[in-house]
Ligand binder design. Structure first.
Ligand SMILES: CC(C)(COP(=O)(O)OP(=O)(O)OC[C@H]1O[C@@H](n2cnc3c(N)ncnc32)[C@H](O)[C@@H]1OP(=O)(O)O)[C@@H](O)C(=O)NCCC(=O)NCCS
Length: 176
């Protein structure tokens, strides 16, 4: 196997991570609603990712939170393995705008363009909901995420205080 290939021998097990990305991976990422097995993989992914990792969110707590979000989850898979997910809700903090609550890419696959592919799916889902705007909230200290959103055309529309933590969050949005 070369560096450019993905090990698809583990494709049937969505909890096993792919190791490297094929050069033409963008057209090969498939999106689906999560299976029960995917839900566990997504909870593992979320609890190991910022901002939840720094908050000490355990895998079980991630699973509980994701179970509530399950109707809004789109799972990204490559060669049958989970590589990320996005959640899109029709309503959120900005009236009339769809809401992206989570977007996560597997740690070892970040900064290779996978986030942009997963975001594109999020934008498509929001458009399918007949929305013209997509909103999100982000911790200003989460600089990779803030840079990612800015690069994707999101701008800050307000600074809000999180009801849960009392901390400041940027409310960002972009047209669809
Ligand atoms: C945010 C996240 C989804 C981005 O995924 P990704 O696969 O790394 O994103 P991409 O490779 O498609 O990056 C697209 C652009 O975003 C910006 N970007 C992404 N990661 C960055 C980083 N760590 N630092 C600076 N800019 C970054 C860059 O401008 C990049 O474009 P470039 O490659 O031309 O420089 C990923 O970092 C992640 O899963 N983070 C943990 C979860 C999280 O914080 N989610 C957001 C809050 S819910």
């Amino acid at each position: 196997m070369t560096d450019k290939q993905i090990d698809t021998s583990t494709g049937a097990n969505s909890t096993l991570p792919p190791v490297t990305l094929p050069a033409d991976f963008k057209g090969q990422v498939k999106f689906a609603v999560p299976t029960d097995e995917d839900m566990n993989a997504l909870a593992t992914l979320r609890s190991a990712s910022e901002p939840w990792k720094a908050r000490g969110e355990a895998q079980g707590e991630s699973l509980e939170a994701l179970t509530k979000l399950r109707p809004f989850i789109s799972v990204a898979k490559l060669g049958g393995a989970v590589v990320g997910y996005v959640t899109i809700e029709r309503d959120g903090p900005v009236p009339g705008a769809a809401y992206m609550r989570n977007i996560v890419v597997k740690q070892e696959l970040r900064q290779k363009g996978m986030g942009a592919v997963v975001l594109e799916q999020g934008l498509t889902l929001a458009r399918d909901m007949n929305r013209k705007t997509l909103a999100l909230r982000v911790d200003p200290a989460n600089s990779p995420a803030v840079s990612f959103y800015r690069k994707a055309g999101f701008t800050t529309v307000a600074t809000v205080v999180s009801k849960k933590s009392g901390k400041l969050r940027l409310l960002m949005s972009r047209e669809l």
